[in-house]
Write a protein that binds this ligand. Structure first.
Ligand code: SAM
Length: 271
């Protein structure tokens, strides 16, 4: 049984309405995935119509996730990952990258989209030496997230907390900085925090038009933030080089396209 999650059963409270756009599936559409519906594609197309290079933005975000996990695993030697806001199956998922480098890596995924949940079993085929679990929970319910994650992760050892493409889904009134601080409090010194989210202040005008489309069409409130606002999420950690930068500029591969994309990305260590 490759699927070794303690949460393998689908919770009964799960509801799915494919007639309403959802951020996980809109993002999947922009990435060129198959797990999206007409309502998601409508939002996706209207954003493309603003002239936003959103396809490049989401690819830059996803590539940042891959480089971040590779760095954490290969260079920092981290063997435990708490990936909040997993998303739908796509290239270079956290457990794939981490377990390719270190098969014994343990990963706890968290998402609250029922479609992500439906894919979890197929997606999360762990290496037998490691472990991968999927927690269907709202990131804001940190008590549940941390209690469930503790079933696969050892909180006395460093954990890489991944909040990649997550915090724009948490509006200011729901205290995203408090969420980050609570999770950071729970992990051992030597743990890492990785954050990315859409930038309000890179290609500012087109991001403002995009925000208007999202506000009009998405039931979930999506918040684009400035560099200064995103930097506050990393207050509790010591930023690693090169700091908080446009996603393509975070430890790029040799020869990578240096065009800035509307995504802030950074990583820090908890001392
Ligand atoms: N981390 C992946 C990546 O960067 O490629 C996926 C990013 S996708 C834009 C955001 C994900 O966060 C979606 O799968 C969405 O369902 C999830 N999400 C949004 N709000 C959430 C919440 N309050 N609790 C749990 N997951 C949430």
């Amino acid at each position: 049984e490759a699927w070794n999650s303690p949460m393998a059963e689908v919770p009964e409270r799960t509801v799915l309405d494919t007639g309403v756009p959802h951020i996980a599936r809109v993002y999947d559409y922009w990435l060129g995935g198959k797990d999206n519906f007409a309502a998601d594609r409508e939002v996706g197309d209207q954003v493309l119509a603003t002239g936003n290079a959103v396809t490049e933005n989401v690819r830059a975000n996803r590539a940042f996730l891959g480089r971040a996990v590779r760095y954490l695993s290969a260079e920092a030697g981290v063997r435990q990952f708490l990936d909040i806001g997993t998303g739908l199956p796509s290239v270079d998922s956290t457990h794939e990258v981490a377990q390719l480098i270190a098969p014994e890596s343990r990963i706890a995924y968290v998402d609250n989209d029922p479609i992500v949940l439906a894919h979890a079993r197929a997606l999360l085929t762990s290496h037998p030496d490691g472990a991968t679990c999927y927690i269907h929970a709202d990131a804001r319910d940190t008590a549940t997230v941390l209690a469930e994650a503790a079933r696969v992760l050892d909180f006395d050892r460093p954990v890489a907390v991944m909040m990649v493409g997550l915090l724009h889904c948490i509006p200011d009134e729901d205290d995203p900085a408090g969420l980050v601080a609570t999770v950071l409090d729970a992990v051992a010194p030597g743990s890492y925090l990785t954050v990315s989210q859409p930038a309000a202040d890179i290609h500012t005008e087109v991001m403002a038009s995009t925000a208007a489309v999202m506000r009009a069409l998405m039931p979930q409130k999506i918040t684009y933030r400035t560099r200064e606002q995103v930097a506050r999420f990393l207050d509790g950690v010591e930023l690693l080089e090169p700091g908080l930068v446009s996603a393509p500029h975070w430890r790029p591969a040799a020869g990578a396209d240096p065009t800035p994309r509307s995504v802030w990305a950074g990583m820090g260590i908890k001392r």
